[in-house]
Design a protein around this ligand. Structure first.
Ligand SMILES: *Cc1c(COP(=O)(O)O)cnc(C)c1O
Length: 424
């Protein structure tokens, strides 16, 4: 199985004779053993196997294995949400007193998690503009830096990350690059091929694709050599007393990072995905390679339509030649970027709100990246607590409309945009 299209459908689960053809929902909290000794060996990580679904569940593991295959990674795990995936991915290698460099062009929820909640836990963050100079990027690293974090295509700024440049900087400073690949999906970009070490997803978006389930995933490439930096990553390279002194890098090799995040963080923090949600997520994954190109084709058509409309003041989509990221997107996203387009209309906030009210096919929801076309006006919803200056700093102008183009017929989508603009 070498092609991503085939992996979307079949990777991660291959039933033996007489077993269910599709991934079964193992809706069981627990698993039976013949003896205490058998089960005890699992608790010491001396044998593989299931004993409690907070730590591991077969349905989740099949789906995680599919996502690992899609990204070309060594191992993966599911989490209850994208937020949990982001938190675990960083907290797995950081503790109080450590420092992380993050791109400013990231999801708002990630920014809050880093700048407020994780800072309260004693982890320090520096935010850098992803298009800053090499000097500025290098200057952001400190002796206690443990990771650098960015988004392939930032939500909602839609800025495209120069993954190779970030990976080079990370490795020169002896830390891994963590990339949130939610908007691009592995169908359009596989960050490991450009040097990223860890990839995370909000599977809530295109992977599920139907706005049916919250979920997240963490994938490890297996390439970062934690053992080379034992002083930086003692959580992976020194004995874990909660498992009778297991050293993850020694016992699990390339699987060290995901094993620790599973048997230690998931055990203790418990943001587990339900097997039923993992089952639904897998149904989404089975058509990911069919849906993503359609999202991109429709978004390209919508962006081109908007760009030539007189009432539209600006359009931001990296598939447009006018985009600052057009060339970079050709390198990292040669088959398309995503279905999300942002734009402004003349008349600012008031016109934006009226335009959205005029839409008939596209609905106003706090969501992106599902099958149905939808819109959001951040300045009056997700970012409404901010004043004009704060909105500007966040890269959210008060006229910005985020349009998530679905997989309906593009003629209907454009007709809807056209009538809503004409009625302004
Ligand atoms: C939505 C989103 C998240 C958070 O995911 P949830 O599943 O809502 O917790 C993280 N990163 C990006 C890029 C997102 O779009």
């Amino acid at each position: 199985m070498s092609e991503i299209n085939t992996k979307c459908v079949q990777a991660g689960y291959s039933p033996k004779s007489g077993e269910p053809r599709i991934i079964p929902i193992i809706q069981s909290t627990t698993y039976k053993y013949e003896t205490c000794e058998d089960m005890g060996r699992l608790f010491d990580l001396e044998a593989g196997g299931y004993f409690y679904s907070r730590v591991a569940n077969p349905t989740n593991d099949f789906v995680a294995a599919k996502i690992a295959a899609l990204e070309g990674g060594f191992a993966a795990m599911l989490t209850a949400s994208g937020q949990a995936a982001t938190f675990y991915s960083v907290f797995n290698i950081c503790s109080a007193g450590d420092h992380v460099v993050a791109s400013t062009a990231i999801y708002g929820g990630t920014y809050n998690l880093f700048a407020v909640t994780m800072r309260r836990m004693g982890i320090d963050f520096s935010f850098v503009d992803p298009d800053c100079s090499d000097e500025e990027l290098n200057a952001a690293f400190k002796p206690n830096t443990r990771a650098i974090f960015g988004e392939t295509i930032a939500n909602p700024a839609l800025r495209v990350l120069d993954i190779e440049r970030f990976a080079d900087a990370a490795h020169r400073h002896g830390v891994p690059l963590i990339v949130d690949n939610t908007f691009a999906t592995p169908v359009n970009c596989r960050p490991f091929e450009w040097g990223a070490d860890i990839v995370i997803h909000s599977t809530t978006k295109y992977m599920d694709g139907h706005a049916a389930t919250l979920g997240g995933a963490i994938v490890d490439s297996g390439n970062f050599d934690w053992g080379k930096y034992p002083d930086k990553y003692p959580g992976l390279t020194a004995p874990d007393e909660s498992y009778h002194g297991v050293v993850y890098t020694e016992r699990f090799g390339k699987g060290a990072y995901i094993t620790k995040a599973t048997v230690q963080l998931m055990r203790d923090l418990g943001s587990v995905q339900s097997p039923h949600n993992a089952f639904l997520l897998n149904l989404g994954l089975e058509s990911l390679h069919v849906r993503v190109p359609r999202h991109c084709e429709n978004a390209q058509a919508a962006a081109e339509f908007l760009e030539q409309n007189d009432r539209v003041s600006w359009v931001n989509y990296c598939g447009l030649k006018s985009s600052k990221y057009y060339e970079r997107a050709k390198k990292y996203l040669p088959n398309g970027s995503c279905g999300v387009v942002s734009f402004g209309i003349k008349g600012g906030r008031e016109a934006a709100e009226k335009f959205m009210k005029n839409l008939k096919l596209a609905s106003i929801v706090t969501h992106v990246a599902d099958a149905r076309t939808c819109v959001l006006h951040p300045a009056s919803t997700t970012h409404r607590q901010m004043n004009e200056d704060e909105l500007k700093a966040a890269g959210v102008s008060s006229d910005l409309i985020r349009l998530s183009v679905g997989i309906e017929d593009k003629k209907d989508i454009i007709m809807d945009l056209e009538q809503a603009l004409a009625a302004l």
